[in-house]
Design a protein around this ligand. Sequence first.
Ligand SMILES: CC(C)(COP(=O)(O)OP(=O)(O)OC[C@H]1O[C@@H](n2cnc3c(N)ncnc32)[C@H](O)[C@@H]1OP(=O)(O)O)[C@@H](O)C(=O)NCCC(=O)NCCSC(=O)Cc1ccccc1
Length: 145
Amino acid sequence: MYKYDDDMTGTTPKFTLPGWVACAPFEEYLGMHIEEAADGRAVLSMPFKVKLAQGVGLMHGGAITSLADTAVAMAIKSILPEGSDFVTVDLHLKFFAAVREGSVRAVARAIPKDERKIVGEAEIFNGETKVAEFNAFFIVKKKAP
Ligand SMILES: CC(C)(COP(=O)(O)OP(=O)(O)OC[C@H]1O[C@@H](n2cnc3c(N)ncnc32)[C@H](O)[C@@H]1OP(=O)(O)O)[C@@H](O)C(=O)NCCC(=O)NCCSC(=O)Cc1ccccc1
């Protein structure tokens, strides 16, 4: 469990990930769970709790987007060397159905384009219902000289 309210001012993280393929503080706070991450594919789940609700009681679109982005990030981690530094630079998500209950599940895959560019795709399900489709572009940061 992270100390969520500790101040993050500065350039050095005030926390340590428990492993290379592990949830970061924000991801853990949202309640994400990594079910699998291997060979460029990852499956993550996130139960609907009150903290994920928007104003009329649906699961917040930002929470769903975060799950999809994180699922792709875990798929990428499964194919990059431990300690690689990469970031999302572009993302797009289509919502097909509202989430009112249950748990959402993102099924993601990473498609490397070259040594610094990776395309990510994810489908998000609530039970058997596909609620969203996500695609994104990731860049592996240059190593400091
Ligand atoms: C480092 C870099 C991505 C690139 O800078 P530099 O190294 O100086 O390199 P340069 O600018 O030369 O670009 C290289 C190549 O990339 C291309 N390209 C660049 N941008 C775009 C674009 N938008 N769209 C398309 N392409 C783009 C650019 O055209 C160039 O292509 P070229 O080689 O000419 O064919 C910088 O823009 C940055 O930090 N952005 C903020 C990212 C950030 O904070 N994200 C949020 C936090 S991450 C998160 O939350 C998720 C997560 C969770 C867990 C784990 C992981 C992830």
